[in-house]
Write a protein that binds this ligand. Structure first.
Ligand SMILES: [Zn+2]
Length: 300
C-alpha cells in the first residue's frame, strides 16, 4: 500500500486474466500436423523458393500469398544461434539453466526457437546438427517437440580412403610373428595337413630342413593392410598376385606392406605393390593387387 499519497489511497492488487489465443488458420494447421502426425510443416513461396517454418501465410520477401503451399520439412536441423537461459521464470518449459537455440530445420529457410538438451552448456556451439525429440503426450503446442538433441555425426564405420583421397606413394603395413599355433590353426582352416608344415621329421627331408608355414599364411597378412588400413574399410580386392621368394619359418616375424603405385582413373581403382619381409629384412614374397577403394558416397 502506498502511504505517501495524501489525497488518495493506492491499493496494490492482482487480477487473474485467463485468455485464449487463436493460433489462426496457418498456425493451427502447423500445430495439428505436429500433434497428430509428428510432422513439421512449413509454407513455401513458389516465387522465391523460401520455406517458412514456423509457417506464415504470406512471403515476407515478395508478399505472395503462400497459405496453401504446405511442405514437409525434416525433424533434423542446424543450430544457427543460441543462448543459455539462467534466470528462472514461472512460464519456462524447463528449469534453468538450459539452452535455447535457433534451429534451421533441413528444408526450411527460417529458424524456429527451441530447447536443446544433451549438450554440456560449455560445449554448446552454433553449427551443430540436432534432431527433434517428440514429447510423449501432446499439449497441442510447439512443445509437442519436447526438445532437440544432437545428432550423432560420427559415421557408424570409419571407412577407408576413397579413390580421390588416395595418392601414389601412400603405404601401410601390418606385422605379426608366425607361431607354431598359427600354422596348426591355418592347417585346420585350409585343410592343408601337408607334413612339411606339421611333421618335423618329414620336414627334415625337404630342402628347408625344418617345418615351414603355409605360403598363404604370411600372404594373408596383407588382408588387414588392404581391408583395414590402405585403402581401408570398404575396400574390395578383385585381383591379387604373389610370388614367393623365401620360406617362412616358425617364429619369423613377417611384415606385409602395400603401396599405391598407380591410379586407374577410368575405373577409379588403384594398383598396389605388395611386399612381405621377415625380421632380417629378407624378401619373403612380393606381388601386386588391384583395389577398389570405398565409394565416396558411403562416407556420408
Ligand atoms: Zn517469396
Amino acid at each position: 500500500m502506498n502511504t505517501e499519497s495524501k489525497d488518495c489511497f493506492v491499493v496494490d492488487g492482482k487480477l487473474a486474466l485467463p485468455y485464449q489465443y487463436f493460433a489462426g488458420r496457418t498456425g493451427s494447421r502447423f500445430l495439428i500436423s505436429l500433434r497428430d502426425e509428428k510432422k513439421i510443416k512449413g509454407l513455401k513461396c513458389n516465387k522465391c523458393n523460401k520455406v517458412f517454418v514456423p509457417p506464415r501465410s504470406s512471403c515476407e520477401k515478395c508478399f505472395e500469398d503462400i497459405s496453401n503451399n504446405w511442405v514437409d520439412v525434416a525433424s533434423t536441423g542446424t543450430v544457427t544461434g543460441f543462448t543459455i537461459i539462467r534466470y528462472e521464470e514461472p512460464h519456462q518449459p524447463v528449469k534453468p539453466p538450459y539452452i535455447q537455440a535457433l534451429i534451421k530445420l533441413d528444408g526450411a529457410d527460417t529458424p524456429i526457437v527451441h530447447i536443446v538438451k544433451g549438450v554440456a552448456l560449455t560445449k554448446m556451439k552454433t553449427g551443430i546438427k540436432v534432431k527433434a525429440v517428440f514429447a510423449k503426450s501432446t499439449t497441442a503446442t510447439l512443445m509437442d517437440i519436447d526438445h532437440f538433441k544432437p545428432v550423432d555425426e560420427k559415421p557408424k564405420f570409419e571407412l577407408g580412403y576413397t579413390y580421390d583421397e588416395l595418392e601414389i606413394g601412400m603405404s601401410a603395413s601390418f606385422t605379426k610373428t608366425i607361431s607354431e599355433t598359427d600354422v596348426y590353426l591355418f592347417a585346420g582352416i585350409s585343410g592343408d595337413f601337408n607334413p612339411m608344415h606339421l611333421n618335423e621329421e618329414f620336414a627334415k627331408l625337404t630342402p628347408f630342413g625344418t617345418r615351414i608355414a603355409h605360403g598363404a599364411l604370411p600372404q594373408s597378412l596383407i588382408a588387414p593392410v588392404l581391408g583395414m588400413k590402405l585403402p581401408g574399410l570398404g575396400t574390395v580386392i578383385p585381383e591379387i598376385t604373389v610370388r614367393f621368394r623365401k620360406p617362412t619359418y616358425f617364429g619369423d616375424t613377417i611384415t606385409a606392406t602395400g603401396e599405391v603405385v598407380e591410379k586407374i582413373e577410368k575405373k577409379k581403382w588403384v594398383r598396389m605393390e605388395l611386399r612381405w619381409t621377415n625380421q632380417k629384412d629378407e624378401l619373403v614374397a612380393e606381388g601386386s593387387c588391384l583395389a577398389i577403394p570405398p565409394a565416396a558416397f558411403l562416407k556420408k
